[in-house]
Ligand binder design. Structure first.
Ligand SMILES: [Zn+2]
Length: 143
């Protein structure tokens, strides 16, 4: 298997998601001094969605607003936003649950990474969702 420059670059990222010192930092600045943290996982599930057959991964961000801004830059349609998962018991305040994402095929995944999305492992996506769920939970009242 050949390793593309993008893949090689993705693999070179440190655990904290920062780029190696000899390369430009890929962090995307949407507005001055506003760091947007967008992630794309390596799910790469083979599927046909509409007319598109390919390997699909999840594009998500720290907030859904950040995700929409990034997705628009990539040319993704807002209608493709997956606000809800298939679990009916998953709480969705304002119609958006913790699993919110866009599905992207490999070519778009590569573009997302090139545009500044941090490549993450599918297991990291699980950790991200768990953290979102924890943040959503009301803090227990002090006794
Ligand atoms: Zn959900």
């Amino acid at each position: 298997m050949t390793v593309s420059p993008i893949e090689r670059r993705a693999r070179s990222f440190t655990a904290s998601g920062t780029a190696p010192a000899d390369e430009p930092n890929p962090t995307l600045f949407v507005k001055e001094h506003t760091v947007v943290t967008v992630y794309v996982d390596n799910y790469r599930c083979h599927a046909t969605v509409g007319r598109l057959t390919g390997r699909w991964s999840h594009l998500t961000a720290d907030t859904s607003d950040e995700l929409h801004t990034f997705a628009a830059r990539l040319g993704l349609r807002r209608a493709w936003f997956q606000a809800r998962c298939r679990y009916s018991t998953c709480p969705a305040p304002d119609g958006v649950c913790v699993h919110y994402h866009y599905d992207v095929i490999d070519s778009m995944r590569t573009r997302a990474i090139r545009t500044g999305a941090h490549p993450i492992d599918i297991r990291d996506l699980g950790a991200l969702i768990t953290a979102r769920r924890t943040a959503q939970r009301p803090t227990p009242a002090a006794t």
